[in-house]
Structure formats: C-alpha cells, structure tokens
Design a protein around this ligand. Structure first.
Ligand SMILES: Nc1ncnc2c1ncn2[C@@H]1O[C@H](COP(=O)(O)OP(=O)(O)O)[C@@H](O)[C@H]1O
Ligand SMILES: [Mg+2]
Length: 547
C-alpha cells in the first residue's frame, strides 16, 4: 500500500468560515423540514423587529406577508416601524454570521447570538440563488434600499444596488425568497407562530397576509410598552472557570480585585475580603488579563464557599399578570382563565428567571383536531413562541405528569390552553435551533408550581360550573311540578290556584338564588348557566401561592 507523508496530506489543509459551516449544517439553525424552515425565517425577522422596537422604546407595528412564488417556493416580507439600521451597518447586520448589536450582552432580548438575520440571507441564497431585498429608514430623512447577499466562504456581506429613497420611511423591511419551504395551516405553522406572538406581546399590532391573500389582524391589546431591557451584571454563582477567565481577559481593570467588584452583581468589598481569605494563593493585585486557569479555579471555588445575596431580578421583564390577562382575552376570548406570575427564582446557582402561566378554558382556547376539541400547551421563552422540539422541552416535561383530571380538566377532549412563559437574561436552550428549554431542575420545578397554581383557579371555575348546572336542573325539575301541585292544592283547599302557584315558585326561587339571578339575566360569580351555554365571565385566580 502506498503511504502518504504528513506533508502531502496537509497540502489539503483548509479553513472554513462559520458561514460555510452553517451552510452545511442548516438544520442547526432551524432549517430542516419545509414547513419548519418557513416558520424559522418568519421567526428570525419578527423577533428582530420586536427586539429593535423594544430597545428603541417604540410600540411595534409589524407586517408579515407570505407569497407563493413557485413549487415549494415562497417570498417572505416582514416590515416594522422600528429604529431601522444605519446604511453602513445593513450588510453586516443581515449578512455576517455572528454579528449584531446584542452579541455578548447579558440582557433579556430575543436574539443574542447574531445568527438569525444572516442565517435567513444564507438560506434564501442557497435555495434560490437570490439576494434578499432590504429597505430601511432611520428617521433622519435618510432612507435606502439595497440587495444583500453573503459571501459564505469569507462570511462577508455583499451589498448591491444601494439606492437612496425619498419616501419618508421609518423602520425596516426585508423581502426574502426561499426555496425548499412550504406554507401549511397547522399548529406548527406561520399563522400559529404569529398568533402566539400576538398572545405573548399584547403591545404588538400585527398584520398578516397569507399565500391565499387572506389578511388577519391581531389588534394591539395594550398601549403599554414593555420596559426596555437593561444590561445586567452576572451573579458570581452563575460563573464557570472559563467564563471568569474570558471576562478577565477583556477587562480594562488594573487589578483582579476591582475587576471582581465591578463586573459582578453582589460582589461587595466584604464579599471580596471573604473570597480573598479563602483563595489565598491568588494575587488579587495583578491585572485581570494575567489571570491564570489556576487563579480562576481558586476564585470560583472560593465563590462557592461564600454566602451570597440572591441575584438582582429587577432586569428580568416578565409579560406581567395583567398583560397576560389582556392578551389571553384578546386572542383566545375564553369563558374563563386563571393567570399566575411567580416570583423570581434562580437556576445554576446564579441565573435568575421568572415563570408565568395561564390556563384558559372555552372560547378560542385549545385546538380543534379531526376528532374534536383538544387541549393545547403553548410554550414561550422571553415571549417567543416555541413550536418545535416539544418533547425535549422543560415546559412539556414539567407538565407531563400533571393530574389534569384532578382539576376537572381533560386535555384530550376539552378546549383548554395552557400558556407558559419563561423569562430570563439567559435562557438555557437545549439546541442551537432554540425551540426547547433545557431541562434544568429549578426551572421545571417552578413551571410545575405555576401551572398547578393556575389549574387551581380553573378548578374553582369548573366545579362552580358543575355545581351551577346541577342546581339548574333541580330547579327546572321542581318548577315543572309547581303548576300541578298548585292545582291539586287549590282543589283540596278551595283557594286560588294562581296565588298558590306564585307562592310556590317564590319558595323555590328562594332556595336557588343563583339560578334565579342567572335566569333574570344577572351574572353570578360562579357563572351559572342555562342550557349549558356559559356566557363569558372572565375571572382570575388570586394566585395566592404565586405572588
Ligand atoms: N428589524 C430590525 N431593526 C433594527 N435592527 C435590526 C433589525 N433586524 C436586525 N437588526 C440588527 O441586526 C443584528 C443582527 O441580527 P441577528 O442576526 O438576528 O442577530 P441577533 O438578533 O441575535 O442580534 C441585530 O443585532 C440588530 O442590531
Ligand atoms: Mg435575531
């Protein structure tokens, strides 16, 4: 057998760009399966629009249009009224993988890796050979449009036909054509993705035109703009040796001691002394850039031995109980709902998070399948709907073994929607596709408590409903006999039948005041009903354990 030397073999040594890598591993970015790929593209653009509006403090109005241009080929247009992208950044933002304004921030935003937009450009290009079209205005009278593609070998943008536009345009609009995609109406579709986005973003006004030209509008349910995300400092307990070293290398501080107290939350002078007392082998006066692995290891070990104040959760922005109620009412219009917002908790020792849960019953809640109504679980991470990879997600796993029947519910046959949103500066996704939350024990525990709490609210309603319909049938049964009884009594006593019947009816009504009120058109708290038709009385749980 002929042998080859290392020199010969290494003549073929090559380097790849990150863009080349993702081109070959597009499923890692969510581009696998035709239906899912289309949802992924819409998701990337819509989350960018929402992030941009939030950061700029603008109430978002987003427009999404999906047009069919051929077999398995669709054009996606997403427009927003956000801050826009300055002309000289357009190429980098939309056609350089791993670039963006959110990279390496410790801040609650939907995007964080700088992969989304350029991933879309690349997917458009590899399936149609076409660049994307981009139009933007930053509000200073300067607007432009251009075509953008990506040089995958170099991971560099190619910007062509840059043209100024006179139109007074504020915001961004991308138009990208994709092949190997498909529009479908299902619970994993673009429509469902947008409906859930509207649900978790009640401040959003969203217009959608589907490939048949049908238009849906999700109206804004509140004018309250969510708080602007703030950059947070990491808590010492959430750090690994490697994280600490990475941060030390780029620190501008002169001393490790100052680097620690200035870069982390809760790292007071007192805590510094305690850590110094334990990590005695470390020189805290040297510059952080000279920190060694052994130094970092000793510091992390000391950190674990010190008692810390819990991380500051004020920079986590949940949707908020009142806003979830408004949103659920707006989109699902249920007969009943129960909403719970839990207090901040911590996972991996130092990363704070907040869980919100809602259970809605009736109205547009649940989903219809071929064999009738069913319950549906809606998962969200930082308000972003998660449609895929349900099986591996912490949310699915946390509610998997809940005893729904104990709460009077049946997910197999009833119109129930269970909504769970996990908010954090750092969501531990279980894959690059970001469709499932990793099964961290603390997170799953919180989700379970939140959903159980919401279920208790529903249980009160369901049992009230059962009670009410029971009373109603007794009432009707007894009333049926009053007329006969009145005429018998009248025969025996020679008294007026009408008067006797009136008295009898009053007696029965006195025994069933709730039924009487319902029949008189007065809504009672329990929501009594006639003929099984419940008329929209929305009540929430007091969420005692939840707040
Ligand atoms: N609609 C938009 N409005 C303003 N800026 C945008 C918009 N879309 C993308 N950007 C900018 O492009 C950058 C890259 O986006 P993306 O690749 O999706 O990464 P990420 O969202 O993770 O930062 C964003 O960080 C943002 O600065
Ligand atoms: Mg993004």
């Amino acid at each position: 057998m002929a042998t080859r030397s290392a020199d010969e073999i290494f003549k073929e040594f090559k380097e790849h760009s990150v863009a080349e890598f993702f081109k070959r591993n597009r499923q890692m970015l969510g581009y696998s399966g035709k239906v899912r790929s289309l949802v992924t593209a819409v998701h990337e653009y819509v989350t960018n629009s929402l992030d941009a509006c939030e950061e700029a403090g603008i109430l978002p109005s987003i427009y999404v249009k999906v047009e069919q241009t051929g077999e398995d080929r669709y054009r996606v247009i997403v427009g927003d009224n956000g801050p826009g992208i300055p002309q000289n950044f357009a190429g980098k933002a939309l056609a350089t993988i791993l670039s963006g304004t959110k990279f390496n921030r410790y801040m609650q935003q939907r995007g964080q890796q700088g992969i989304g937009a350029a991933g879309c450009t690349m997917f458009a290009q590899i399936t149609t050979g076409k660049p994307i079209h981009f139009k933007s205005g930053t509000g200073n009278g300067k607007a432009y449009e251009c075509n953008i593609s990506i040089d995958t070998l170099k991971n560099k943008p190619i910007v062509e036909n840059m043209t100024p536009i006179t139109e007074d345009f504020h915001g961004s609009e991308v138009a990208a054509e994709f092949g190997d995609v498909k529009y479908e109406n299902s619970d994993k579709s673009v429509y469902e993705y947008l409906r859930r986005t509207a649900l978790s973003n009640p401040h959003l006004e969203l217009r959608f035109v589907d490939p048949t030209g049908a238009e849906s509008t999700f109206v804004r349910a509140t004018d309250q703009i969510p708080q602007k995300p703030k950059a947070a400092q990491p808590h010492p307990l959430g750090m690994t040796i490697n994280d600490l070293l990475d941060m030390a290398k780029v620190s501008a501080n002169n001393k490790i001691s100052a680097f620690l107290t200035e870069s982390f939350s809760r790292f007071s002078q007192n805590k510094l002394s305690e850590v110094k007392g334990i990590a005695t082998g470390v020189d805290f006066d040297k510059a952080p850039k000279y920190m060694t692995w052994a130094d970092a290891e000793a510091i992390i070990k000391a950190i674990k031995e010190v008692k810390w104040i819990a991380p500051d959760a004020s920079f986590i922005i949940p949707i908020g109980k009142a806003q979830v109620e408004v949103a659920v009412k707006n989109i699902l219009n249920p007969d009943f709902m129960s909403v719970v917002e839990r207090k901040p908790q911590v996972f991996r020792g130092g990363v704070p998070f907040i869980v919100e849960a809602a259970v809605a019953f009736g109205g547009q809640a649940g989903r219809s399948s071929d064999d009738g109504q069913r319950g549906s679980l809606m998962r969200f991470a930082n308000r972003v709907p998660l449609l895929y990879d349900a099986g591996s997600c912490a949310i699915t796993e946390a509610v998997r073994n809940l005893q729904w029947k104990r709460y009077g519910l049946d997910m197999e046959t009833q119109p129930v929607s269970v909504f769970v949103n996990v908010s954090s500066v750092y969501i531990p996704y279980s894959g690059v596709g970001k469709e499932a939350i990793a099964q961290e024990e603390e997170i799953m525990f919180e989700i379970r408590l939140a959903v159980m709490d919401a279920l208790r609210g529903v249980q009160r309603y369901v049992s009230g409903r059962k009670q009410a319909s029971h009373e109603m049938s007794r009432y009707k049964l007894i009333m049926r006999y009053t007329s006969q009884l009145a005429s018998d009594l009248s025969d025996m006593s020679d008294k007026d039948k009408e008067a006797i019947e009136k008295n009898l009816r009053e007696l029965v009504e006195m025994h069933y005041p709730k039924v009487r009120d319902t029949l008189n058109g007065k809504e009672s708290d329990e929501g009594a009903e006639e003929d099984g038709e419940y008329t929209g009385n929305v009540e929430d749980s007091t969420g005692q354990e939840g707040s």
